[in-house]
Each structure stands twice: as structure tokens, then as C-alpha cells.
Design a protein around this ligand. Structure first.
Ligand code: MG
Length: 94
């Protein structure tokens, strides 16, 4: 599968693929707003999210998956801490 992503980057170049990622992110943002207003269904949202994931995977190759995962791990640890705090805080309110 990774071969397809690398082929896309090689074919269209890094700069174009970054532009495509930006474009797909904006399409997903618009789709989510339209979904919230009941103008489109989940199928269209999934289509746009799939586009973002495809481009996101290419960005992982461009910007180093290893470095992204390092940051991701520490952010997920922080998220767990925050979620635990939230649960504890909610527990004191109820
Ligand atoms: Mg799209």
C-alpha cells in the first residue's frame, strides 16, 4: 500500500501533494459543517474523511512518520491524563 502513496508523491511532487492535503482538509471541514446542518449524509462525510486520510498518509511520508509518531505518542499520553482528570473532576461534581 505504501508504494501507492510514494508513487503519488513521486508523480506529482511534494509541493502539489501538500496543496492537495490542504484542499482535502478544507473539503472535509465543509462536509462536516454541511453534515451538522443536515445538508449531506454520512456517506459524503466518509468520502471526504477518506480523502484526508489518504493525503495524511502521504504527509507522514513527506514529514517523517517516525517523528510524527513520536509527537503523537506524547500527545496521546497527555490526552489520557486530561481524560482521567476530567473523569475525576466530574466525579466530584455529581
Ligand atoms: Mg475530497
Amino acid at each position: 500500500m505504501e508504494r501507492i502513496y510514494k508513487k503519488a508523491i513521486k508523480t506529482w511532487g511534494i509541493e502539489n501533494q501538500i496543496d492537495m492535503f490542504i484542499e482535502e482538509c478544507s473539503e472535509a471541514i465543509v462536509a462536516l459543517q454541511h453534515f451538522k446542518r443536515g445538508r449531506i449524509g454520512t456517506e459524503k462525510v466518509c468520502e471526504e474523511l477518506a480523502d484526508v486520510e489518504i493525503m495524511s498518509t502521504q504527509m507522514r511520508i513527506v514529514f517523517s512518520a517516525k517523528n510524527i509518531d513520536k509527537v503523537k505518542t506524547s500527545k496521546l499520553k497527555r490526552l489520557i491524563k486530561r481524560a482521567k482528570k476530567e473523569v475525576l473532576w466530574k466525579g466530584t461534581r455529581e
